[in-house]
Design a protein around this ligand. Structure first.
Ligand SMILES: *Cc1c(COP(=O)(O)O)cnc(C)c1O
Length: 468
């Protein structure tokens, strides 16, 4: 552990009597809180001077990695540039300070933004209506599947309880179907990474009357464009099912083609991915669900009020700042960047599917399999060179998946810098594999036990815990 960087907890820096802030004189009259609700002894708050507090939190923030500190090629998550103007607009007090319980006539501006954003999304996706209530993509999937379930039930079609999901799908797809009480039927992928149409035909022939929906991501999680969507949609529609589009990979399609035109009936958009909201560490997100005409009356109740308005503001600012003309450039630039990195690295990293990709692609570890250096080791070593690691061990189709998504705004120099470091690590794996296997060497924490951290998280401070 590097103590200078990692430091102590603010409680450990506390010295009795130190002050960095004085509360204003109490002008609120006498306290009317019932005695039994008041604490019996003083809260154990840290006592620090202003400089200590400022330095403590500034140093902590420097230990964070974000799109504002370095290249962040995390596949499947679309960690793209978030224009700062979005933040300024979303932070304006007339938007930030509104409350969902306010009288409707005092929030007309916010309502107008929601409906203008809905119109933009309809135009970009080919859907007819959107609900903005879901708080993220996974929540959108659940909302969309509940919509589909409601639709089938409304027709007295109670036997449709199966959802077809490709084996390359993001884990949230089968998870959402399961939470919705639906059964998952997996369709396999062909050697080229796209959905196996013959396998799908077999499933539909055997279980067609029980199929509620098919979920697809396009481009899929390998970054490959599924070219047989119209045929797939016809097959599913003919057996009475609906087509669900997982919109997490909408980035490369923006302004070029639309899920609604391909035959999808229901979809979600990850506003925080495609439409630029910084979303590390689990939030904030927004996963609006779009449907074709006629399905909007089947939207379920999934959250109170109007969803995550701040993320909607940022998305609308992003769309307006690009405009109809420039939104079309996002996809081609993201695609160019991904193909450039792939072409420059495929002689040293294993490329299991060597075709033109869209916005992201997947390596299967190092090409040289004799070094003992794994994808995990490469990811950790990248941290030493100041890069966030790509997505690792997803999709599950390969043993050593390393999934790279550079997004549209990265410069040629940034991509070249990343490529150089990836090549350097491949070289190190040959000449000094131990150095790569024991990485990272420069971060405050080395290899955390992520199973332990997930199973037994310690999120409270001892001193406070013993007080309780
Ligand atoms: C990110 C992602 C999801 C889930 O979206 P969240 O907004 O993280 O809940 C679903 N599918 C794919 C392909 C994704 O990349």
């Amino acid at each position: 552990m590097n103590n200078k960087l990692y430091g102590n907890l603010i409680f450990e820096l506390s010295k009795a009597g130190r002050k960095g802030f004085s509360l204003p004189k109490n002008n609120y009259g006498t306290c009317t809180i019932p005695k039994e609700l008041c604490r019996q002894k003083e809260a154990a708050l840290p006592e620090c001077d202003e400089l200590t507090v400022v330095r403590h939190y500034t140093n902590l923030s420097n230990n964070n990695f974000g799109v504002d500190t370095g290249f962040y090629p995390l596949g499947s998550c679309t960690m793209k540039y978030n224009p700062k103007i979005n933040e300024e607009i979303a932070a304006q007090p007339q938007f930030q300070n509104i409350h969902p319980e306010q009288p409707t006539e005092t929030t007309r501006g916010a309502q107008a933004i929601v409906s203008l954003l809905e119109r933009s999304l309809c135009e970009l996706t080919g859907m007819a209506h959107f609900t903005f209530k879901p708080y993220a993509g996974a929540h959108g999937e659940l909302t969309g599947l509940m919509t589909i379930d409601n639709y089938h039930r409304s027709r007295g079609d109670f036997d449709r309880k199966k959802v077809i999901v490709p084996d390359s799908a993001h884990g949230t797809n089968p998870a959402s179907a399961a939470v919705c009480g639906l059964e998952i039927v997996e369709v396999s992928s062909r050697a080229d990474g796209t959905v196996d149409f013959e396998d799908l035909q077999r499933i539909v022939a055997e279980q067609g009357t029980e199929i509620a929906a098919m979920m697809m991501t396009n481009p899929n999680t390998l970054g490959l464009f599924e070219t047989r969507i119209p045929e797939i949609a016809r097959l599913i529609h003919d057996c009475g099912g609906l087509m669900y589009y997982d919109g997490a990979n909408l980035n490369p399609m923006l302004g070029a083609c639309r899920p609604g035109d391909m035959g999808f009936d229901v979809m979600h958009v990850n506003l925080h991915k495609t439409f630029s909201t910084p979303h590390g560490g689990g939030g904030p997100g927004s996963g609006p669900v779009g449907v074709r005409e006629g399905l909007q009356s089947f939207f379920p109740f999934v959250s109170p009020y109007h969803g995550n308005f701040g993320v909607m503001m940022r998305a609308y600012a992003y769309i307006l700042s690009l405009g109809r003309e420039h939104v079309k450039e996002v996809g081609p630039l993201a695609t160019l960047n991904a193909n450039y990195i792939k072409a420059c690295l495929k002689d040293v990293y294993e490329l299991p599917i060597d075709t033109v990709c869209c916005h992201e692609f997947v390596f299967d570890g190092l090409k040289d399999k004799t070094t003992g250096v794994t994808t995990m080791d490469v990811a950790k070593r990248l941290l030493d060179y100041g890069y966030h690691a790509p997505t690792i061990y997803f999709p599950l189709l390969f043993h050593e998946s390393l999934m790279i998504e550079p997004t549209e705004n990265e410069s040629r120099e940034t991509l070249d810098g990343f490529i150089a470091v990836m090549r350097k690590i491949a070289e190190e794996a040959k000449v000094s594999p131990e150095k790569v296997k024991s990485a990272p060497h420069t971060t405050p924490i080395g290899r955390a036990d992520d199973v332990l951290a997930a199973k037994h998280p310690v999120v409270t401070y001892r001193q406070l815990k013993s007080e309780a």
